[in-house]
Write a protein of this length. Structure first.
Length: 113
């Protein structure tokens, strides 16, 4: 998807601060952090929204959640906790239509960020 900003980040056409990468997953720092730690985790497969997920995506989504947990521990967030967020479509506040999970932490978060 050449017009997708996160596909362009995957293809390194747009620079990002990469936290983790493998064949299926990319994790990188959010350019506009809403907490001391704000990392985005995405599948390399272009899936537009949570609503577009199918059974065949369940493994990579599971891996993303596990990787979020591991990164949280690496960043020292595991003791006090953290938040994993997916915004789906307009009412969910989604702005980038390549599915992503926000990992937020490093301070006591408000109810909504
Ligand atoms: P959404 O509102 O779609 O759930 O979140 C999109 C997130 O992507 C926002 O937190 C925004 O700051 C982040 N973002 C948008 N464009 C870029 C970019 O070019 N690079 C990075 N690293 N983050 C981006
Ligand atoms: Zn994409």
């Amino acid at each position: 998807m050449s017009d997708c900003i996160f596909c362009r980040i995957i293809n390194q056409e747009i620079p990002s601060k990469i936290v983790y990468e493998d064949d299926e997953i990319l994790a990188f720092e959010d350019v506009n952090p809403l907490a001391p730690i704000h990392i985005l985790l995405i599948p390399k497969k272009h899936i537009a929204t949570m609503d577009d997920v199918t059974e065949e995506d369940s493994a990579v989504l599971g891996r993303i959640l596990l990787k979020a947990k591991e990164i949280a521990a690496e960043k020292g967030l595991n003791e006090n906790g953290y938040r994993i967020v997916n915004n789906c479509k307009a009412h969910g506040g989604q702005e980038v239509f390549h599915i992503h999970f926000h990992l937020l932490g490093g301070e006591k978060l408000g109810l909504f960020v």
